[in-house]
Write a protein that binds this ligand. Sequence first.
Ligand code: ZN
Length: 251
Amino acid sequence: MLDERLIKHAAKEIAHSKLTLALTGAGISVPSGIPDFRSADGLWARYDPAEYATISAFRSNPLKVWEMLREMEDLLRRAQPNLAHLGMGEMERIGCLQSIITQNIDNLHQAGGSRDVIEYHGNAASLTCLACGRRFSRKEKEGEYTPTCLCGNILKPDVIFFGEAIPEDALNRSFHLASSAQALLVVGTSAVVSPANTIPSIAKRSGACVIEINQERTHLSESITDIFLEGDVVAVVPLLVDALKKERAPR
Ligand code: ZN
């Protein structure tokens, strides 16, 4: 059972922070019906990422890679933002959260009202032609079994495949924000995948209070986390938002 005093403590830290940043991962989208790709019921249990998720696999056999992508798109199409996404959107709206760095590609932060979202792994809501550079929204291409460009080339979703670089502007901006943050909220991620794993330590070294919301303890909770809020993200984030509103209300 989550201690109410811990929530209050976290809310106080955020309310007094001049710059609060969040880092999110697969765990925040699990309640929206998107299993962690790395988990036992995730995509990588059925599709070997070496064969289906590298950029060279896509370039050499896009039709095969689309077998996996169709399944991914089915999951994403059905998914709606949950109370954790909505709560973080609300935190931004009331001025308590500057930006979110996410490792997810599902566009659910934006759908939940967040405007400043830094995406490390891209976003599946659009597709690009690697031959001519034309871009399309997923909606425009809905219903096409293998989405194809006007030039005849098979389209690639704007997600970062293995073997592709993390977008440089996303990296630069997140490192800059992490080194000036006074509070860092880590939600639904154990932050073990590079380069997201560097964000908590950069923030911590720069003096930020690290607040972690996860179902289970992680290597962060054992090392640099200052306040660990244990529980389901869809339960804990709304409690934190309520506590923040109380903290900020004039007395
Ligand atoms: Zn094209």
